[in-house]
Design a protein around this ligand. Sequence first.
Ligand code: KG4
Ligand code: ZN
Length: 346
Amino acid sequence: MKYKRVLAVETSCDDTSVAIVKEDGLVEAMLSANQDDVHEPFGGVVPEIAGRSHSEKLIPLINKTLEQINYKWEDISGLVVTSRPGLVGSLIVGLVTVKTLAWTLQKNFIGINHIEGHIWAPFVFENEEEKVEIPSEFLSLIVSGGHTQLVHVTGVGQYKILGHTIDDAAGEAFDKFAKMMGLGYPGGYVIDQKAKLGNSNKYSFPRPMIRTSTLDFSFSGLKTAALKEISQLSMEEIKNITPDICASYQQAIVDVLVSKLKQAHEQFSNIPISVTGGVSANSLLRSEVAKWAHEKNLSYFFPKLKFCTDNAAMVGFAGIQKLKKGELSPQTLGPSPRSLPEDFSR
Ligand code: KG4
Ligand code: ZN
C-alpha cells in the first residue's frame, strides 16, 4: 500500500502536537501547544489537567495544521498516533480522536510507541538541505523527561534495549533539581542556560553507576546530593550559587550519559550514534558527544532542537515507515502506560 503522507498526533504527556509528514521524513507542517504554564505552579505535570487540555486543543490544532498548507483529508493517506507509553488520560484523547477519524474517513491508522518516535526524530527534516541518509543500524541514546534508554536500532521496529535507568530519567533529574532551586518547570532548559555562566568544578556531585559494567543508569542519588548542598541555604544564598551549582549538576548528568554511550559503543565496531529526546537539546551534551564523535570519526545524529522535545513529526515518521511495511492497528487498540513487550527486545 502506498502512503504519500500521514497526519500524526502526539498527546502522551503535556504537549499537544499535530504534524503532516511525508514518507521520506519531510515535515510539511507541525503545530504544537504546550501546557507548561498550567503545570508550572505544581512543579510537574498534573495528569487530569493534561488530559483536559488535550481534549480542548487537539481538534482545533488538527484543523489549523491542515489549513496551514491547504490540505484536505483526501491529501492524507493514513493516520498515526502515540498509543504508549504515557499518561493514560492524555494518550486516550489522541487515540480516540485518531480512531474516530480513521473510522469516519475510512483511512488506515497505526498506534506508535512514543520512545520509538524519539528514535526517528533525528531523521525528520523541514527542507532538503537538512535531509540525512539514515544508517542501516545505529546506537540510540534516548534521554527525556520520562525515559533514559540505550537502544541498538537495526531497522524500523527492530529495537534492542541495551540499558535503561533504574530510577529517575535524565530529564527528571534536571526537573527535580530545578524545582528545588526554584527555577520552575520544566527545568532542563533553564539549567542549561544558567550553567553557561558557572564553574562546573565548583561542586562535587556523584556520577552514579558510571563504573558499573552494565549499561543501566541511575540518577536519583544526584538530587539527594544536591538537596544536601542547598538545604541549609537561604533563597538569597541559593541565588548566588545558581550558575556554579547548575554547571556542576549538569556536568555530572552529562558525564554519566556520555560515559555509558561510549561504553555501549565499544560493543560494536564503528556504529553510528544518535542522541534524542528532550535532554538531547542540552548544549553541553551535544557538544561533548559531537567532540567525541569527531575524535573517533563516527557518524552522529541529533534532532533539530524543535524535534528534541515531544512532537508529532517524529511519531508520524515512525508511523509512516511502519504503515509502508503493511503494519496497521485495529480499532480495538487502547492506550498503555507502558511499552508493550513486542516494542523492544532485550
Ligand atoms: O522528550 P520530552 O519532551 O518528554 C518526554 O518524553 O519525557 O523531554 C522533556 C524533558 C524535560 O525533562 C526537560 O527538562 C528536558 O527534556 N529538557 C532539557 C533541555 N531541554 C529540555 N534538559 C536539559 N537541557 C535542555 N536544554
Ligand atoms: Zn518524549
